[in-house]
Structures are given as C-alpha cells and as structure tokens.
Design a protein around this ligand. Structure first.
Ligand SMILES: Cc1cc2nc3c(=O)[nH]c(=O)nc-3n(C[C@H](O)[C@H](O)[C@H](O)COP(=O)(O)O)c2cc1C
Length: 440
C-alpha cells in the first residue's frame, strides 16, 4: 500500500488529511476523536486574546445553498473565533499532544496587530506543545471589523509585517492562512513569503449572502430581523480554491512555499486534485460538519488505491504533477480539435442538448420530431465548435462525449500565430508602488 505520510516544513504528518480551524476542532475531545478516526492533523479553532477582544457569538450563525437535492452545496457562517477560554484551550492542546504525539496539532491564532500581542500568545501555544501556528488572516466577518482576520490579509504590507512579528517570536513553523477576498492571491502569498512564512494555508471563507427570506425580507442567516454578510465554504468554493492553490504553486516567487489546501474537500478525489495542483496537506471543515469525522476512512482508502493504480509508492510522487498543465490562455493549442458525438443508443430524446446548443451556444445540433413523438438529435459537425455544453447538460452518463479530431497537427498557440514571445512575467508588476514583488 502506498505511503501516505508527508513532511510539511519539517513537520511529519502520518497522512495529508487535516481538519481546518473551525467547529470540528473546537475542543480537545473533538480533536482526539478525529485523530482516533484517522485524521493526520488538526488546525485548532482560532484562539485569541479574550481580555483585549472578548468573543460573544450571535444565535443563528449558519445558512446554506442546496442544489438539486444536495444539501449544503455551499455553507455560509457568521461565527467568530473560539468563545472558549484561552486557558482551557491550552490545557486541552497539551493533553491532546501528550496523548497523540504522532499527530499534528497546528494552532490557529488571531490577536490585535501589535508585536507584543502576537509574541505573548505564540509563547503560550508553543508552551502547550503546538507543532506549528497558523495566522488567521482570513476571517471575513466579525473579527475583520475589529481590524483582524481579512482586514490584515487584504493588505499585503500588514500580512508581511505581522508574519514577520510571528516569525520573530515563534520557534515552530508559521503557516499564514490567506483570505480569498482579494484580487490576486499571488500578491497575498508573496507578502506572506516576504514576511518569512514557512507555509500558506488557503482558502478561508468567501464573502457571501446565501439568500433572502422572501416573506420577512431578511437575508440569511436571520438574527432577529437582520443579517450580516458571512463566509462561504463547502463544495461550491472548491473551483475557486483550486485555482488559487495552483496560482501560488506556479508563481516562480512562491513555488517552493508549501501549501495546505482548503475549500470544499469531501472525497479522496478532491484531495488528489489539491495535491496534483501543489498542496502538501489538505484541510477539511464543511464536509466534517456535514458527515462527521469518519469520512477520512474513505479518503484514506480511496487515495491509497488511486496511488497504487498509478504505480506510485508515496503520495509525495503525486504532488504538483498538474501545476505545469495550467498555462496562460495564449499558450494553449489552437490546433487541438474536439467535436461532440451522441451515442444514439443511450439518448433518451429529452432534447435538452438541442435547446442548450440552440439558445445558449452555437446552433450545432439538428433535431426532428419522430412519428412516435420523440425528439431525435444529431451533431452538425461543421458547426460544432467543441465547447462541451451539450455534454455538460446531457442527463445521461457518457451519452454525449467529446472526441478528438485532426490528430497529428503541430502545436500552434496564439503566441505562435501572432509571432509573439510568451509573456516572460505572467505576474504584472504592481502599479501602486507596493514592494512585494520578486525584487523586494
Ligand atoms: C462555522 C465555521 C467556522 C469557522 N471558523 C474558522 C476559524 O475560527 N478560523 C479559521 O481560520 N477558519 C475558520 N473557518 C474556515 C474554515 O477553516 C475553512 O477555511 C473554510 O470553511 C473552507 O473549507 P471547507 O470548504 O472545507 O469548509 C470556519 C468555517 C466555518 C464553516
């Protein structure tokens, strides 16, 4: 069986499966049960300085999006960092580390933006036995209004400076957890690296309002007769997070910065995708809030079987294999041609592909009503631009497939066509005078 153990900035983890800092890591009892279930590591629910920043949560904190019967396809929350005492958390961290020396305990932290506050809390969690700390620069609600969380992560200079303070105090590795509520994640990752970060974790939650009660006119989650924007996570955010992980892994300035990938992970396939795009460990929140700790059993078995099927003896062989397969649009092969094919034996004559192509794409599907009142459909090859839409809307598995044509053509990109060199620096220079680029 393939070896699932990983090493991230010097920390050995029995597997890449970690819990994200969130309700599933709120107490020592929970983290212990998670380790018993098979999780390799846990990032403790964010601790703060309760004297400087008392935590009072509102009742009614979560709301969600359901999609065609899939509950919690997207989850939104307006919860704050831990509302349990720092003292109690430190005692439980020490106890968990004593009982589970081989599992990784990373402690997430968020305090005021001054070096003394960071120094004080870092010393305390290190004393308790934390294997690493994670700086929460991502929380988009509640704490950000007090100048912490995303308020730090959205300003590269703050990210860099506060990471620097944490590095000056910490003897254990420092992870910086990034907010996705920015324009270009690479700016934030570069700032973290410039501050000395040992690794980055991403993504934290995305600013969101999941919906409005159409009778009371109050957005969700309802708190009295008001609401507040919250942080979005769960399966819906995975594509956004994958792109951000891939951009950091591909950026020449941060490509050696280890990544802990987060966002919408629920299955071993999700885990494999994150690792292929450059993550060393992954973190899970929503899926565990939905289905419990035991989902790690399927992840472990599924990832091991997958590695075996690929002839890989270690999960480390998988890391980053897809990073170079993400390129700028101008480098894609214009000579690559695919066209849709309909398997008439599988077609249920619903006509959905025809409508989608006719109204929403390139009018490349022909149709006629048969004598027995069915809708026959076929691809008009010359008009098909290979956009994939018909295969995406078709309700029958493998009924419409995309077939490669015109083999043997040489690779021809937009750059080749225009006689242009590929852009040397894919990362445009900041025009606002920030000194966070490679030269800084
Ligand atoms: C209810 C809730 C509370 C959270 N609390 C924290 C927190 O205290 N600190 C933190 O860094 N992230 C927090 N998060 C964000 C998660 O750690 C994670 O980054 C995010 O949910 C994306 O992962 P997922 O799609 O697996 O849920 C919280 C998320 C949820 C849903």
């Amino acid at each position: 069986m393939a070896d699932l153990s990983v090493n991230i900035c010097g920390i050995e983890s029995p597997n890449p499966f970690w819990l994200a800092s969130a309700p599933p890591t709120n107490t020592g009892d929970q983290v212990a049960r998670a380790f018993d279930a098979g999780w390799g590591g846990a990032v403790w629910k964010t601790l703060g300085d309760e004297d400087e920043n008392p935590i009072e949560n509102v009742y009614s904190r979560y709301s969600s999006i359901d999609l065609n019967g899939q509950r919690m396809a997207g989850l939104n929350n307006i919860e704050l960092i831990t509302d349990r005492s720092l003292e109690m958390n430190l005692i439980e961290i020490a106890e968990v580390k004593r009982r589970y020396p081989d599992n990784v305990v990373v402690v997430s932290l968020m305090v005021d933006s001054n070096a003394e506050a960071w120094d004080s809390i870092i010393k305390q969690v290190e004393q308790a036995g934390a294997d690493a700390i994670e700086l929460n620069f991502g929380c988009p609600h509640g704490m950000s209004e007090r100048g912490m969380g995303a308020a730090v992560g959205q300003v590269p200079e703050y990210t860099c400076d506060i990471t620097g303070w944490a590095k000056a105090s910490a003897t254990v590795p420092v992870f910086v957890k990034l907010t996705p509520n920015i324009t270009d994640i690479r700016v934030a990752a570069r700032a973290a690296k410039n501050g000395g970060a040992d690794a980055v974790s991403l993504i934290n939650t995305i600013n969101s309002i999941t919906g409005v009660d159409l009778d009371s006119f109050t957005p969700r989650p309802v708190v009295g007769n008001q609401s507040s924007h919250g942080g979005y996570c769960g399966p819906a955010v995975k594509p956004i997070a994958l792109n951000m992980v891939a951009s950091i892994a591909a950026d020449p300035f941060t490509q050696d910065l280890p990544i802990s990938g987060i966002g919408g992970i629920a299955t071993w396939e999700d885990v494999a995708e994150y690792i292929l795009l450059g993550a060393t460990t992954i973190q899970v929140c929503t899926a565990v809030m939905h289905y419990g700790y035991r989902i790690v059993e399927d992840m472990t078995e599924g990832l091991s079987n997958y590695l075996d099927s690929k002839g890989m003896s270690s999960v480390n062989e998988l890391r980053g294999l897809s990073v170079n397969k993400v390129t700028d649009w101008q480098s894609l092969d214009i000579n690559y041609v695919v066209k849709a094919t309909i398997d008439q034996d599988k077609c249920i004559h619903c006509g959905l592909c025809y409508i989608a192509c006719q109204d929403g794409a390139h009018q490349a599907i022909g149709t006629k009503r048969t004598d027995d009142d069915k809708t026959d459909v076929w691809i008009i090859d010359d008009l098909c631009v290979g956009c994939n839409l018909c295969s995406l809307v078709c309700p029958v598995q493998d009924c419409i497939t995309m077939e490669e044509r015109e083999f043997g053509q040489t690779h021809m990109s937009w750059n080749d066509l225009m006689g242009e060199d590929p852009p040397g620096d894919l990362f445009p220079r900041p025009k606002h005078g920030l000194t966070i680029g490679p030269e800084s």
